[in-house]
Design a protein around this ligand. Structure first.
Ligand SMILES: Cc1ncc(COP(=O)(O)O)c(C=O)c1O
Length: 325
């Protein structure tokens, strides 16, 4: 098995061994993509293991469920506790966190409402999504031959399993042409996002990212980057981005829980800026990694420590002791 798994999986409140965490083939989600999910990370900071923006991720899970009329009987605190309990049960220091809410097994009509709403939380170790060297060297991307879903078709703001059929097409299209990732346009031909990342451009020192109305997922890393960039004194706009703006930008980078903050050095074989990580991208990487490495005070309250004792036992890191990742 390529993916050996990690310990126990939380399923509807019970911790189940990885090999036993199965669902029936007749489950509605398998046939009709009736699931919503999250992707968050727990980092091993010098102050102990900490989940990054766990509250924002679990709130987005609740919002995704609500859009699909699939409410699950856990409030925000209940969800956060369930994630923390699963990490503790698996004794993980750092991990990727995958909560899922899905329609289970009852009937196989398209109407999902008769089926139970089930939930699971699984964890695994996941390093840099686009490779460690990509964080410094940057990646080569193409504009996908696929578009993102049109508004009022599949809701982009819901992180639903169904949306990832589109992301998979974008990813395969990119790989088939020798690129690591694809950038997708929305149905009006404006820049939307990557298959699993939000996109930022830098032009003359101003940072810009497509708005929610460009069929993007409202990324939590995107929100962090907007906040951190403003903290650093940058002007950040959320505005429509024409495709050609990508080619003439000084810098382009993508962000996401998996990709973190990754520079893009070329798009459609056109060199972006100097063809390597630019100074603004580097500044944003540093600001982001300093928070998750615990190298600066967590002024926005983005870290939730997993093991309270571990946090108490270790020395707090001094403010300003920044180091690059
Ligand atoms: C389509 C898509 N856009 C953007 C993102 C980035 O979102 P986040 O920063 O919340 O991980 C993701 C990652 O989940 C994604 O799948």
């Amino acid at each position: 098995m390529a993916f050996s798994g990690t310990g126990k999986i939380w399923m509807n409140g019970r911790l189940v061994e990885w090999k036993d965490a199965t669902i029936h083939i007749a489950s509605h989600v398998i046939h009709y993509g009736s699931g919503v999910f999250e992707g968050a990370r727990c980092y091993a900071t010098p102050n102990g293991s900490a989940c990054f923006r766990l509250d924002a991720h679990m709130r987005r899970l609740q919002h995704s469920s609500k859009i699909y009329r699939m409410e699950y009987p856990l409030d925000l605190t209940g969800w956060m506790d369930a994630v923390l309990e699963t990490i503790r049960a698996n004794k993980m220091k750092a991990c990727y966190i995958r909560p899922l809410v899905y329609r289970g097994y009852d009937t196989l009509g398209v109407n999902p409402l008769a089926n139970p709403v089930d939930a699971a939380i699984m964890l695994w170790e996941w390093g840099a999504y686009l490779g460690k060297e990509a964080l410094e060297e940057g990646v080569d991307m193409k504009v996908s031959s696929w578009n993102r879903m049109a508004p009022n078709t599949l809701p982009a703001m819901a992180k639903s399993t169904a949306n990832y059929a589109n992301s998979a097409l974008v990813k395969m299209d990119a790989i088939a042409d020798g690129y690591s990732e694809g950038i997708v346009l929305d149905v009006s031909g404006q820049v939307s996002e990557g298959s699993g990342q939000n996109i930022f451009l830098v032009q003359d020192g101003v940072i810009c990212t497509p708005p929610l109305g460009s069929s993007i997922l409202g990324g939590i890393t995107r929100d962090c980057i907007i906040t951190l960039a403003r903290d650093l004194g940058f002007t950040v706009t959320e505005s429509i981005v024409p495709r050609e703006a990508l080619y003439i930008a000084d810098e382009v980078f993508c962000v996401g829980t998996a990709a973190e903050v990754t520079p893009i050095r070329s798009i459609d074989k056109i060199k972006i800026g100097a063809g390597r990580r630019g100074p603004v991208t580097e500044a944003m990487q540093r600001a982001f990694f300093d928070v998750i490495n615990g190298d600066v005070p967590d002024t926005h309250g983005w870290l939730t420590y997993v093991y309270p004792d571990e946090a108490v036992l270790r020395e707090p890191v001094k403010a300003g002791a920044a180091k690059s990742r």
